[in-house]
Design a protein around this ligand. Structure first.
Ligand code: UT7
Length: 316
């Protein structure tokens, strides 16, 4: 599998920490010190599906392939306004593709799950070109009267086109350790004459400290595993593209690997945590501004609700 195109799309509205502090019991100092986040982009008039399609068109354009040569579309999305059809079906129509489509929900590690699926489809020969779109609006899961989760998230979309290539994926490892209580969002379903139900709706519930601990231990474990399997040492990696959740989580992983800070690029200070889109948006920015070059060794690592995590070593 080889990445031949990337794209991203962000909402126009920038929300600063001070703007949040005007209606929440928080401050720019606290958010900056505890998370590294300064601003985030939040959806106002945009739709997530349009943003996903916008990112996809940019990725297809960079790849140079004909849209009709896309054999599969995989969308990574936790939730959006449409429960069905899948977001990938709607993106297909907007980009003008004609292929099977499905969505997956791998929480913030969704991009890595999608890469793993795509790698498998390419290896079996079932597909030659696959479009992966990660589009997320976590701001719509939060309780905006509370400060615990709202300060962390931003909305955005990123996309890649992958094709068959020579051993660009050196190793990929995904994990799930079921533990939903630490991070979950329950949305409303319709009542029926037979199930008048108890109210199960809950905006995003998060035990931040627990997620922090699990994130650091899962990411360091996954990266060590992948590094070992690919016979790499930490200094071989050009860039560590880590899930953009919290600068302190990234710093803990960096310390474990004992590598210079320049190898750990971030954009969370501008966009917050955009869930599965975060590392794709970062990758797109770095490819477009020339920081990531062909031949560079990338270590991707992400974690999220589930609890899911994964890492992937790949040559760009
Ligand atoms: O994709 C995965 C998504 N989730 C994550 O990545 C979350 C991972 N966890 C984290 O990023 C951090 O745990 C947080 C940023 C959520 C919280 O940082 P923390 O250093 O773990 O803070 P804490 O929860 O231990 O709270 C420290 C203090 C508490 O006050 P007291 O008890 O010391 O008086 C909190 O009540 O900070 C208070 N606090 C806040 N103060 C201002 C908690 N949230 C806020 C806030 N503004 N937004």
């Amino acid at each position: 599998m080889k990445i031949i195109g990337t794209g991203s799309s962000l909402p126009a509205k920038t929300v600063t920490n001070d703007m949040l502090a005007s209606f929440l019991d928080t401050s720019d100092e606290w958010i900056t010190e505890r998370t590294g986040i300064k601003t985030r982009r939040l959806i106002t008039t945009e739709t997530l599906i349009d943003m996903g399609a916008d990112a996809a068109k940019k990725a297809i354009n960079m790849s140079g392939i004909d849209v009709k040569d896309i054999d599969y579309i995989i969308c990574s999305n936790v939730a959006n306004n449409f429960v069905t059809p899948a977001m990938s079906c709607m993106v297909e129509g907007l980009v003008g593709a004609d292929c099977p489509c499905f969505d997956l929900n791998g929480a913030c590690a969704g991009f890595l799950f999608a890469l793993d699926m795509a790698d498998g489809l390419l290896k079996t020969g079932r597909a030659h070109n696959i479009l992966i779109v990660c589009a997320e609006e976590p701001s719509k899961f939060c309780n905006w009267e509370a400060r615990d989760t709202t300060i962390l998230f931003g909305d955005g979309a990123g996309a890649v086109v992958v094709t068959r290539g020579d051993d660009h994926v050196l190793s990929i490892k995904m994990s799930t350790k079921s533990k939903y209580e630490s991070l979950y969002y329950q949305r409303k379903m319709e009542l029926t004459p037979y199930d008048q139900g108890t109210e199960l709706y809950n905006p995003l519930v998060m035990d931040g400290r627990d997620v922090f601990r699990m994130a650091v231990s899962a990411s360091t474990r996954d990266i060590d595993y992948v590094m070992n399997e690919a016979n790499l040492s930490p200094s071989d990696i050009t860039y560590y593209l880590l899930h953009q959740a919290n600068l302190r989580i990234i710093e803990s992983i960096r310390k474990h690997l004992d590598q210079p800070i320049e190898k750990f690029p971030t954009n969370l200070e501008r966009y917050g945590n955009t869930s599965s889109a975060s590392m794709v948006i970062l990758m797109d920015e770095m490819i477009r501004d020339g920081r990531i070059k062909r031949g560079d060794l990338l270590m991707l690592s992400a974690f999220g609700a589930g609890f899911v995590s994964g890492a992937c070593a790949m040559r760009y």
